[in-house]
Ligand binder design. Structure first.
Ligand SMILES: [Zn+2]
Length: 390
């Protein structure tokens, strides 16, 4: 009797808190008002978030949506609260899920860190081509436009003053990752926390340091916590606050301590990767990040720089047997029965489908992708060009 009752109670608790504990955003994006004229776009299923500041002289947008449908949805949600055009697009991280929707908002000014501006100026022709044709409905505006034409860049801090709103862009020095920018609204206490402000999600740091290092994360988190924000829009996941930023500090310190202890015991790297986990932070999203996290910390604590990855371009043809994360992660079965895990980035030049969200199991494709030498491409190979034959 007692056992049955307690099972019932447990079930009720699970039903009440089951979803909340997963720290996952909903199946559809939300547009949440955080202060007068300040909105958060909370991406679906922990996809990239955005921040919108409405002024009488135009809109300031921070980040641009995870994929084309998300970008269009974000633009529609902005339209639902103002007729003002988007005048400034601030990029909080130079990764496709934050920058990829930028062409939709042209001819707005792209505001980025100096190092990002350098990388944009060095974009390869296929990347510029992919950027221009990402939104067929904007083809005319984008015909002769490149992102480098639209740039305003800054070295460490810049204040944007638009329509009476004060918007502070803050860059915390990071040797490896290119220009993560936090966006602070001192009047309303709202912060877009950029890369380090994960909520309940295992951080995505990688041995090539392309997403910074754990040391950088600690520096960034310290700077963000010092602002004492009222509410934080993380790069991904549900809205958060100072306590969540502090939880991430605790997480990073514990992760570093674990690897340090195993190194002191002279365990080789493969064994450290095998044993490493962060199960103390259970129900956090993306436990798939453990391997790279352990290896990255190991490199950092060994005083090593990033793994320099050389890549070769390889082409393959076959049928899609797996499509996940709205077409971001694919499994391609080649004619000789080999499965290749591919990753569609925002730079991928796709022919024969409007965008990656249109990719379906059973489609025949050819793909040119990058394979890294001597490097664990844990999330799959980045696709340069893809041709979809349906
Ligand atoms: Zn992201």
């Amino acid at each position: 009797m007692f056992a049955a009752a307690s099972r019932g109670v447990c079930l009720a608790i699970l039903l009440l808190f089951g979803n909340a504990a997963l720290a996952m955003t909903g199946e559809t994006a939300e547009f949440v008002k955080l202060a007068n004229d300040v909105y958060a776009y909370i991406g679906k299923r922990n996809d990239a978030n955005a921040m919108v500041v409405v002024t009488k002289q135009g809109v300031v947008l921070v980040d641009t949506g995870n994929s084309q449908p998300d970008t269009r949805d974000l633009a529609a949600k902005i339209k639902s609260v103002t007729d003002q055009p988007v005048r400034w697009v601030v990029i909080s991280q130079y990764h496709g899920d934050h920058f990829g929707g930028s062409p939709y908002f042209m001819p707005a000014t792209l505001v980025v860190h100096d190092r990002v501006a350098k990388e944009i100026a060095a974009m390869k022709p296929y990347q510029v081509k992919s950027w221009r044709k990402r939104f067929p409905e904007k083809a005319e505006q984008l015909q002769n436009l490149s992102p480098v034409d639209m740039l305003l860049s800054f070295p460490d801090r810049i204040n944007l003053n638009l329509g009476g709103k004060q918007i502070e862009l803050i860059y915390v020095d990071d040797v490896y990752n290119t220009g993560d920018v936090a966006v602070w609204l001192p009047e309303s206490g709202v912060l877009h926390g950029s890369f380090a402000a994960y909520k309940d999600r295992h951080p995505d740091v990688r041995p090539d340091y392309s997403h910074g290092t754990t040391l950088t994360m600690l520096k960034q988190l310290e700077a963000l916590i010092a602002l004492k924000p009222r509410v934080v829009i993380p790069s991904h996941g549900p809205l958060s606050n100072v306590a969540d930023l502090q939880a991430m500090v605790d997480y990073v310190l514990l992760a570093r301590q674990k690897v340090r202890t195993m190194m002191a015991d002279n365990l080789p790297l493969p064994e450290i990767i095998k044993r490493f986990h962060m199960n103390e932070f259970k129900d956090w999203d993306r436990a798939t990040h453990f391997d790279w996290l352990a290896e990255t910390i190991h490199r950092e604590l060994s005083g090593l720089g990033p793994i320099i990855v050389t890549t070769r371009d390889i082409s393959a043809a076959g049928e899609l047997t797996g499509v996940a994360e709205a077409g971001r992660n694919l499994t391609l079965r080649t004619a000789d029965g080999k499965d290749v895990r591919l990753r569609v980035t925002s730079d991928t030049d796709i022919e024969g489908a409007a965008d990656r969200t249109q990719l379906k199991i059973g489609m025949k494709i050819t793909a040119l992708y990058k394979t890294p030498d001597d490097f664990n491409a844990a999330l799959g190979f980045d696709v340069i060009e893809m041709n979809v034959k349906q």
